[in-house]
Write a new protein. Structure first.
Lengths: 140, 147
């Protein structure tokens, strides 16, 4: 948001005084989930690029696919993939949270706190479940 | 960008430009009138993404460990390829709208804002084009690769 301390300065303007905000406010779950929704949205751009690259490797032929599969299957890449799937699931659940609010539901104090905690706990849970399923499918 | 009417300077030529608050400056421009469309489009692509991306996660799990011909056969099948192509359209539009808000929130200089917004649009088009190209090419590969 535009703020008095980051306005474009020129012609000798002094920045206007501003009360402390981020430095003093105790993180509250609704507030943290709000910025996490934005952060995971940005991280999802990276995840999308990874998905697109993999799809392109299938289109480009068996050698490209074999290389991509080897890279994506290696454990450091897997760690990154887990992080990106968590980001996607977290953003998705955050979207569901916003959908509740868009129709006017769940805005009471306990509801919005519950929705926020539900987002963070649900995202971790679903990520774990997803990767357990992946490991089962790969190894049975 | 249309320059805002400088009410302070017009009415009182001796007023120091620095006495005009940001609110007074934007009052010359008015509302952008694009907000509602942006809001609706963001929600619409979000709903589409919810369905399509979940489906594609299932496909990705089914894809793991497959040989190349099996992978082509899975991704090239119409019940996978069509949602995949639609997902790229929906995700890239959602991405563009989201990044637009982020840029508008944090970048205040007109030139940099416009540049970044243009780059965002181009980036999203490039990703969508790459995704759809891949899907179409895999579709053609399906006839070439023996089952």
């Amino acid at each position: 948001m535009p703020a008095a301390d980051v306005e474009p300065q020129g012609r000798g303007h002094r920045p206007r005084p501003l009360s402390p905000h981020l430095s003093i406010y105790r993180p509250i779950v609704t507030m943290v989930m709000s910025i996490m929704h934005r952060v995971t949205g940005i991280l999802n751009v990276g995840g999308l690029l990874l998905v697109t690259a993999y799809l392109l490797s299938i289109a480009l032929g068996p050698e490209a696919y074999a290389n991509a599969s080897a890279v994506y299957g290696s454990w450091p890449a897997r760690v990154i993939l887990v992080a990106f799937t968590w980001s996607m699931i977290h953003h998705m659940l955050g979207g569901v949270r916003h959908a509740f609010w868009d129709v006017g539901r769940g805005m009471g104090h306990s509801s919005r706190v519950a929705l926020s905690w539900g987002t963070v706990i649900g995202a971790v849970t679903l990520t774990v479940v997803l990767w357990v399923v992946v490991l089962i499918v790969e190894n049975f | 960008m249309r320059q805002p009417v400088d009410h302070a300077a017009k009415q009182n030529p001796t007023t120091h430009r620095a006495m005009v608050t940001p609110l007074k400056t934007i009052r010359g421009l008015g509302a952008s009138r694009g907000g509602t469309e942006h809001f609706i489009r963001q929600r619409l692509t979000a709903i589409a993404n919810f369905v399509l991306v979940l489906f594609l996660v299932v496909v990705a799990i089914a894809l793991s460990g497959r040989s190349y011909p099996d992978a082509v056969e899975l991704v090239g099948a119409p019940w996978v390829a069509i949602p995949l192509a639609l997902a790229f359209v929906s995700v890239c539009l959602h991405l563009k709208l989201g990044l637009q808000i982020i840029i508008e929130d944090y970048i205040h200089s007109d030139g940099m804002k416009m540049l970044l917004l243009i780059l965002t649009v181009f980036f999203c088009l490039a990703v969508a084009a790459t995704g759809i190209y891949s899907v179409v090419r895999i579709m053609f590969l399906m006839t070439a690769v023996p089952a």
